[in-house]
Design a protein around this ligand. Sequence first.
Ligand code: LR7
Ligand code: MN
Length: 774
Amino acid sequence: MMMPIWRHLRSSRRVLGFVFVASVIWLLLDMAVLRMSDGDANSRLMREKVILEQGLARHQDKVTQVGLGEPHVNEEDEKSDRRNSQPVKLSRRRKKEQVQDDASQVKPNAVVQDDASQVKPNAVVQDDASQVKPNAVVQDDASQVKPNAVVKQPVGLSLIAAPKNDSVVLKAEEVLEPVKATPNISLQASNQHQDAKKLPGKKKKQIEELPVQGPRNTSSVKRDKQNGEILDNNIKVVQVRDTHSVKASVHQVLSIDLTAAPRDPKAVGQYGLAGTVPSLMDSVVKKRWNEGQFNVYLSELIPLDRALPDTRPEICTRNMIHDDLPSTSVIFCFVDEVWSTLLRSVHSVLNRSPPHLLKEIILVDDFSKKPYLKDNLDKYMEKFPKVRVIHLKERQGLIRARMAGAAVANGDVLTFLDSHVECNVGWLEPLLERIHTDRTKVPCPVIEVISDQDLSYKLVDNFQRGIFHWPLVFGWNALSDEYVKKNNMTPADPIRCPVMAGGLFSIDKKYFYELGAYDPGLEVWGGENMELSFKVWMCGGQIEIIPCSRVGHIFREQNPYQFPLNRRRTVERNLARVAEVWMDEYKELFYGHGNLHLLEKPLMDIGNLTDQIQQRNKLKCKSFKWYLDNVYPELEAPLVKAAGLVFNRGLRSCLSIQNGVLVFDTCHLSSQSQHFNYTWLKQVRQQDVCLEPSAKQSLLTLQPCGDGSSSNSHKPQRWLHKSSQSKLPEHLMVEMGPKQMCLEAAAKEAVLHLAPCNANNLFQQWQFTNYYSE
Ligand code: LR7
Ligand code: MN
């Protein structure tokens, strides 16, 4: 009985042995096929990653020589490159040491590397995206883009690998304040950051100017001499150190950069250096400036795939990333964007994103007028199957244009970018990693500066966060040294931001829709960054800047496109919608800081807000007070400008309401009937009643307080007091028709009336007990 089983087992063993040997051969063959495969960059990437991991797992130091491939070659070259290439392509930019500024070496007249001429004049794909929001008419659905379109798949993919660290264990860490990116890593921050010269940032503009969001404090990036030497030898020497016990589900951040070995190292603007234009071209530069409100002429001289200095804090290159990150759709919306900058933006994504994470790039043309953004663009992009172009049939403004892009996106995550950016090495994974950790996180890259003048790429100061000043004006603010020290922060740790800049961020697609996306009532430009930030924070999410993700953006002094209505009014109206929906009683601070005119409804109709308010209630979002207390406690936000007793200097007694009548009384701090507030809407009020001049005589009455708008005839309740605009700051001044009148205590009868303003009259001078704001 036992024998047959034993024999059977023996033969099974043989079978097993055979199976094992066959598997090994199969595996080897498989690897060979994988290596031979000239398939997409994705499999190449995976292959190289596998090899990289194998190489790293050998527990011994070794030196690998790496040839630098060209970033863009044709298919034949690509194959031969593969045949000849070293099995492991590792490179590591020696960016930190021996930094040398040799911008002077850049040839001013380098050839423009725009290869649009090579584009095959192929069919233009047209379809309509039925999912797009009501008004956003979409013409083009690139999901139908021909799969066999010619793709110039760049080779020379190089994984910029840093030594792995044994002690690294990726933790699904939760956000405490401050956020620690990689809690178990303690490595030195990049010298480049520490050494970089700090250039004085441009001064913040006044709130009232409603500026295009301003430039940032930057340090100029200098040319990497080491990199230049490497290029000369065409060889890179990379130290690969010991590593083991890295969890199977994570890998070291991929630092893909197909531009790492540029074809023309001397090209204008190469490595993010400043470009120069011969002075005889000044007039052309000037003439073409208005096309984009930056140096459009120079931009055309710079390669579309120029290399950039890797500006990440060095520690970032050691970060561990989950293997199963969500994929993303990158959405660029644009109106009349300059050709070279739009294409440079797209190429920077294609060249520096892990292909398996980049589901697609969606270009939303917001009804541009420039002809080159129509067929030419479609044809150019046919070469890149991942790129889809959507032409809106009407101008929607950037907010609804983004929603049109989101509506047709197939990725798990939406990544929005402005259309004049350059994504830097390793930019994408750290963003997606944060969402993978927690889908309610909304990560933003560090936004670095591409100069509007010379298009140089400048890194910005560390530890900057996005904030706002009244009345909802975006700004940057550095975390204090004490804060950084106290919390033991490294330059790679995520930074919690009260608000985002607006243009560059990733968000889980489902979460974006759960939040109700953007308010579609926001027009053209502005305010949507506040809206999304408040919505995210108050409804349970978080906005963060991820220092290991860096993207350059051309900061401009003016918008280069038309606003269908006046720019200022458009932005004010958008902000008023945001304030009305999200800011509760604090909206008065928004109006009070120079926006009282927005309350005058006949002049400014901010539209219907029912859906937005319903959405907020549905999500049971927290109050604006909670937001201020927990997210942005540094903001000065007193609910009233002044409060307490209202003391008359002449009469030396205090205003009081007794039996519904205004009288004077001996001042008593404890007397509630003597307590008044001076509000942001300029009302002098006690509970719900407000001081208001009677229509006919110059006497005073108490009236229910209005909402501050003139439409319900409560404009007379506005009193000017302690105003910088007033020459009589101690007075309480009110507009009576064309003239201003002042509140005066009649000396004898101790009653109130209005009188022509008189600077020296003490009976017209008033003092509240406490002032919270000038
Ligand atoms: O009607 C329009 N339709 C569009 O498609 C108007 C604009 N756009 C496009 C435009 O082509 C561009 O790609 O929208 C994008 C943003 O417009 P910009 O570049 O004129 O804006 P900005 O960089 O001056 O402004 C910042 O604030 C805006 C407020 O609405 C947006 O949020 C921008 O995305 C945002 N940009 C950034 O956050 C980059 C860093 C700036 C800072 C600080
Ligand atoms: Mn922009």
